[in-house]
Design a binder for this molecule. Structure first.
Ligand SMILES: C[S@@+](CC[C@H](N)C(=O)[O-])C[C@H]1O[C@@H](n2cnc3c(N)ncnc32)[C@H](O)[C@@H]1O
Length: 251
């Protein structure tokens, strides 16, 4: 990709340096680059969130999952309060506005991202949207920040596959949602983590990148252990939609 690519894509090389089948939290937290090594590729990114909103290559892969989410939102009474965790540019807001909620009164959107620069850039992109807000926030402290049952639905796409402490993150997502939590991740035959080194050819930096795959067996164990009920919607896309319902199957 040329350096002056109009969509601003950087030149990156990805070198796979490990495949791990156990001790995922340890694997994902043991890099020497920073206290949170799994995040270093993100810290080196330019905080230009417009690529995540407007670059069809970045968002093409989750279109089937967004459709799944829209179908679920249609079934809920309006107005809906939506929390988007790991929102990046806030593409979900644009998608919902285009595809389902004609009036700003129909939903209230709140996007959070671990990087304050990302949240600020997303807010700037959406400064005319009266029903959208963005702020810096951490998936692991959602309950402390917002309190239980504070959003009707919680959306979390392509975040849990890059970070450790799945159970803690999921519990936070689950508790702040009133009806359901919608996850976008990859369900596979077994659990494993791929570790790669991402080399940024343009500015000479590198960082770790992790991609975690989840088995049904593992999801059963964790989610049933929370006395919750979930469904996997396996579409034709690259990612799976996993819906965790509040309250459990038998309530
Ligand atoms: C791969 S991007 C996915 C963006 C968008 N949700 C999507 O699916 O297109 C992952 C996002 O999660 C954010 N993130 C990483 N760790 C996080 C954390 N602990 N809490 C909240 N957001 C986090 C990153 O900054 C990044 O914007």
């Amino acid at each position: 990709m040329a350096i002056n690519d109009p969509l601003g894509e950087r030149r990156q090389e990805k070198e796979i340096i490990g495949l791990y089948y156990e001790n995922f939290d340890e694997v994902m937290t043991s890099g020497e680059e920073s206290e949170r090594p799994w995040e270093t590729p993100v810290t080196t990114q330019p905080q230009d969130v417009t690529t995540w909103i407007k670059d069809p290559r970045k968002i093409a892969a989750i279109q089937p999952n967004l459709e799944d989410f829209v179908h679920i939102c249609r079934a809920l009474p309006k107005p809906i309060r939506v929390l988007d965790v790991g929102c990046n540019g806030g593409y979900l807001y644009d998608y919902l506005t285009k595809s389902i909620f004609e009036n700003a009164d129909d939903f209230v959107y709140h996007g959070i991202d671990i990087y304050k620069e990302v949240a600020a850039a997303a807010a700037k992109e959406h400064e005319d949207a009266s029903n959208a807000t963005f702020e810096q926030g951490d998936i692991y402290t959602l309950v402390d920040t917002f309190g239980e049952n504070s959003f009707d639905v919680v959306f979390c796409s392509r975040v849990l596959l890059h970070i450790p402490y799945f159970e803690k993150a999921l519990m936070n997502l689950y508790l702040v949602s009133k009806t359901l939590t919608f996850l976008v991740l990859v369900v596979d035959d077994r659990d494993y983590v791929k570790k790669a080194r991402i080399i940024d050819v343009d500015n000479g930096t590198s960082g770790y990148w992790f991609f975690r795959y989840f088995s049904r067996h593992f999801l059963d164990k964790v989610i049933n252990g929370m006395y919750a009920y979930y469904r996997i919607i396996s579409g034709s896309g690259r990612y799976d939609s996993v819906v965790v319902f509040k309250g459990g199957r038998n309530l």
